[in-house]
Structures are given as structure tokens and as C-alpha cells.
Design a protein around this ligand. Structure first.
Ligand SMILES: Nc1ncnc2c1ncn2[C@@H]1O[C@H](COP(=O)(O)OP(=O)(O)OP(=O)(O)O)[C@@H](O)[C@H]1O
Ligand SMILES: [Mg+2]
Length: 510
């Protein structure tokens, strides 16, 4: 007898030629928060999708509540009390929160859906765990953090006592992460068991009771949080020491390559309208934009890239006016862009690695002479980037659909930083990638600036902003509240400006 409520033993899983999991082991105790960590493609999501019955196992056994379960399916997993919140949410945009939560499990009163009792029942969970969710809102009106809470409630109403969260914090701001952690603690105190996947080791050290590590499909071991530290975990995952504090090199600062003057745009929300933003980025400089998500950062980037209409003001790229030009023209003028949402804009999931890498340049030399495509050159180039950026699997003809989140991101980064040009916009460039890849992406951004590009970096991670930027611009409600050289900035100062510090002070002087 042991006290495990879940045991996964000697698990094996292959997809075509890819051995996603070779020797998978995992066990879970009642009332613990158990983290699962490992590099991109290590097999974390696959392991948990097998526990949730979404993928069958090729070999090994899954024991739930002391009973060996054959032919697990999501339906059976739910019956056994397992719930999963996926890396990509599965909510229906046009429906309300309430409708989403009961979807497929509608309580009936005669022939109609009993919304009243559903609402009462769900509200109980919301109150009990302190969740802050509004049941009447449509999904497209709520924040990412709230959508995630909805996903958690969904699992609870289906009776889950084991909740798997696959990289829940990748999309959250630091503040939202802390709120999620409070909820997880409440769930734990209620005797629920949590599986938590994340690449952020500081979070892992904050929230976990135990931590299991996977590397390239294999189980590396489980440690108690109290007996370990970040450096040891990093080494277990990667197999070598990892240095996240890359040396910041001073590059030669040249001419202004991006000049934005008194820019105004519409916003997704009232507080994210751009209201008179002016800024400059010089060649050889990384300018970091700090701000709480939803304060206009995304709108600003979209305006620069030609994805959002500029209502007033101008954008000059290397002296050329690109205001309200087409995406294609702006790219030609020398802008590359690692977009925030790689699934929507960065990557075509129905195409291969190679197609995605050459997509942006397919009509240019050396890939084409205007009429014919040069397949050899395309393949050579793709292989070069796969090596340089350590994209796994290595085969250029792999469909990106099945690729792990972090490796998908690496394809976009590889393509965009290799284009050259004048300005690189990097939005959340390391979101969802493992620490080995964070190290290499950060080093690459440094290289890019040394080669003379101007880099505009948007990141919700202040640590990232500080470690890469030469200058930090702070945005709040669509305005710039601070513009500081990195050596005159500290986290507290920037944090205050992110809350609108400067404007408040100005108001005091009025
Ligand atoms: N549906 C699928 N079809 C084909 N290959 C897959 C599929 N799902 C996963 N794989 C492959 O299995 C391996 C493990 O992927 P998995 O998504 O489990 O990694 P992960 O540890 O969750 O990585 P990440 O941190 O990037 O999310 C990868 O090589 C991936 O490409
Ligand atoms: Mg994953």
C-alpha cells in the first residue's frame, strides 16, 4: 500500500517517428502541489494528456485511486476525478462564462436547461475558492486570467479532485500569477491534488511541494521542494549548468531606426488606446517596454507592424514613413516581428517547419528567382536554423501542429531574427520556452543588436526587461509614463510608473 492517488509507471508513447515519452514515471499524493518540469519537447504535456485520457499509452500502466485503468478516455478520467486546464484554452468565445462552464454537462429541468441551479452551484465554487469570475460575461470580454479561472471552475463542477494545469502562468502577468497561486493553495487546503507545469523556476520554488523532472522523454527523478534550489533543478532539466545572467554588451549606438511621433490609435479596451506616444529606437540599442498587460503595448506594436490603423501621428522606419502602410511593405522596409501570440500570427500550424521558416521570404532570392523556387537553398537554410536554434524535432518536414509549445516559438524567433532588416520587434519572445532556450534567445537578441539592429522588446517579465534593455520605456493606459536609461532604473521605480506614477505626480502639482 502507498498513499498515491495516481501512479504512472514505465510509460511509453510515440507519434510516428517521434518518441515523445520513453520512460515516463509520475505519481501524485492527495493534497499536494506537484510540479512537472523539463525542456521544451521533454514530454510533459504528453504525459498529462495520457493521464487525462486524451492520448492512449503505447506501454506501461496508469493507476488511479489504487486501481489499474485500461483504455482511459477523457470521459473515464473525468469520472475518476481528473480535470485538465490546457496550454491553449478550450472556451467558446461567443458563449457566456456560465454557458461555457456547463457546456456538455447541462443540468436539466424537464426539457430545458436549469440555468438557475447551475448558476447557484457554480457561484458556490467561485465564492468558496475566492475566484472573482463573472458568470454573465462573454468569453471575449474577459481577461486571460479570468478565462483561466473559468477553466478551473469547469473542472471543479465536474467533480475533479485532481487538477492538471499545463503552463497556466505562461499567459499571466505577475499579479495574476499570484492570484492563481492563492486559488491553488485554497484547493490544496481542501485536499485537492494539483499538477503544475511551468518553465519559471521561481514559481516552481514558490508553489510546489514536490517536483518531478523530465528530459527528452525520460523521467529524471522527483525531489522535495525543501531539499532543492533553482540551480539544481535547471541542471536536472538541461543536463548542464545554465546561466541566465548573460553579459550585457554595449553595442555601437547609431542612427535612429524607428521614430514614432505623437501616435494615436484605437484600443481593444478603453485603457489600451494609444494616446500620443512618441519614442525612438536607435541602431545598436534594445529598448524595453514595461507595463502591465493591456495598457496599450499590443496596440502600439500592431500599429507599427501595419496591423492596426493609426488615427494620428507618424511612424518612420529608417527614415521612411511607414504609417498605415501594408504589412508586406513594412516588412520590406526592414521590420521583423516576433509576435506575442505565436498561434494566431506567428505560425501556420498546418504547414511544416520549412514552410514556416521560408514563408516570409519565399518570393525573394536566394529562394526564388522570381519564377522558380530553389528547393535546395530552402532546405539548406531551414536546416541551418534548426541547428542554430536547437529546434526539435530536427526534421524540416515536421508538421508544426504536433510540436511542443516552446519549439513552435523557436521557429518564429529563428525566422524573424534571421531576416536582417533594421528593426526587430520582440513581443514576449521567451514566453513558454524553457530555460535553455531563454538563454539562447536572449543571447541572440544581444547579437542582433550588436549587428546594428534596433530592438523594441515588450515583455511582461521585468527581470527580462532589465537584463536585456539599454533603455526602458514604461507604458500606462496608452501613454508613456517613463523613459529611463537602465542604470538609472530599478524595479520599484518602474513598478510605480507601470501604475501610472508620473501622471499621478503631475496631477498633484496641478
Ligand atoms: N499530437 C502530436 N503529434 C506529433 N508529435 C507530437 C504530438 N504531441 C507531442 N508530440 C511530440 O512529442 C514530443 C513531446 O511533446 P510535449 O508537447 O509533450 O512536450 P512538452 O514537454 O510539453 O514541451 P513544451 O514545454 O514546449 O510545452 C515533442 O517532440 C512533440 O513534437
Ligand atoms: Mg507542453
Amino acid at each position: 500500500m502507498n498513499d498515491y492517488i495516481v501512479e504512472m509507471k514505465k510509460i511509453r508513447k510515440t507519434f510516428g517517428e517521434v518518441q515523445a515519452v520513453k520512460k515516463g514515471e509520475f505519481n501524485l499524493k492527495k493534497g499536494e502541489i506537484h510540479s512537472l518540469i523539463g525542456e521544451n519537447g521533454a514530454g510533459k504535456s504528453t504525459m498529462m494528456k495520457m493521464l487525462y485520457g486524451m492520448y492512449g499509452i503505447d506501454d506501461g500502466e496508469i493507476i488511479i485511486g489504487g486501481e489499474k485503468v485500461e483504455n482511459l478516455s477523457p470521459k473515464i478520467a473525468i469520472e475518476k476525478g481528473i480535470g485538465m486546464v490546457h496550454q491553449e484554452f478550450m472556451l467558446v468565445d461567443e458563449l457566456t462564462v456560465l454557458e461555457n462552464v456547463i457546456l456538455g454537462f447541462e443540468p436539466r429541468k424537464g426539457l430545458t436547461i436549469d440555468f438557475d441551479s447551475a448558476r447557484k452551484n457554480i457561484q458556490k465554487y467561485i465564492d468558496h475558492y475566492g475566484m472573482d469570475v463573472q458568470l454573465n460575461k462573454k468569453i471575449n470580454q474577459i481577461s486571460v486570467g479570468e478565462a483561466q479561472r473559468v477553466e478551473i471552475i469547469k473542472t471543479l463542477t465536474r467533480g475533479a479532485n485532481i487538477i492538471i494545469l499545463d503552463e497556466p502562468t505562461a499567459v499571466l502577468t505577475p499579479q495574476e500569477t499570484q492570484r492563481l497561486f492563492e486559488i491553488l493553495q485554497n484547493l490544496k487546503n481542501d485536499g485537492k491534488s494539483i499538477v503544475f507545469i511551468s518553465h519559471k523556476l521561481n514559481e516552481i520554488m514558490q508553489i510546489s511541494d514536490r517536483i518531478s523532472v523530465m528530459r527528452q522523454g525520460e523521467y529524471m527523478g522527483t525531489v522535495d521542494k525543501k531539499d532543492t534550489n533553482q540551480a539544481e533543478l535547471a541542471k536536472m532539466m538541461v543536463g548542464r549548468e545554465v546561466f541566465l545572467n548573460i553579459e550585457k554588451k554595449q553595442a555601437h549606438i547609431g542612427d535612429t531606426v524607428l521614430k514614432i511621433d505623437n501616435l494615436w490609435t484605437s484600443g481593444e479596451k478603453e485603457m489600451s488606446k494609444i494616446r500620443g506616444v512618441s519614442l525612438e529606437v536607435k541602431s545598436g540599442e534594445i529598448v524595453g517596454i514595461a507595463g502591465i498587460d493591456g495598457n496599450g503595448q499590443s496596440e502600439l506594436i500592431e500599429a507599427i507592424c501595419g496591423l492596426r490603423k493609426v488615427e494620428k501621428g507618424s511612424i518612420l522606419l529608417d527614415g521612411k514613413n511607414i504609417t498605415n502602410e501594408s504589412v508586406k511593405k513594412i516588412r520590406k522596409a526592414g521590420l521583423s516581428h516576433i509576435p506575442e501570440d505565436r498561434n494566431v500570427r506567428g505560425l501556420n500550424r498546418s504547414m511544416t517547419i520549412e514552410e514556416n521558416i521560408v514563408a516570409a521570404q519565399i518570393s525573394d532570392a536566394p529562394f526564388s528567382n522570381g519564377i522558380m523556387l530553389n528547393n535546395t537553398k530552402m532546405l539548406e537554410y531551414t536546416n541551418e536554423l534548426i541547428d542554430k536554434f536547437d529546434i526539435r524535432p530536427r526534421n524540416p518536414q515536421t508538421l508544426t501542429q504536433g510540436m511542443s509549445g516552446g519549439n513552435a516559438q523557436k521557429i518564429v524567433v529563428a525566422r524573424e531574427v534571421s531576416i536582417g532588416g533594421k528593426v526587430l520587434i520582440a513581443s514576449q519572445p521567451t514566453r513558454g520556452v524553457d530555460i535553455g532556450a531563454i538563454e539562447s534567445i536572449r543571447t541572440i537578441l544581444m547579437d542582433v543588436k550588436e549587428k546594428g539592429l534596433g530592438v523594441l522588446l515588450v515583455s511582461a517579465d521585468l527581470e527580462e526587461i532589465f537584463s536585456l534593455s539599454d533603455r526602458i520605456i514604461v507604458m500606462h493606459e496608452g501613454e508613456i509614463t517613463g523613459n529611463l536609461q537602465v542604470d538609472e532604473a530599478d524595479e520599484e521605480k518602474v513598478g510605480l510608473l507601470m501604475m501610472g506614477g508620473k501622471r499621478r505626480k503631475e496631477k498633484c502639482h496641478e
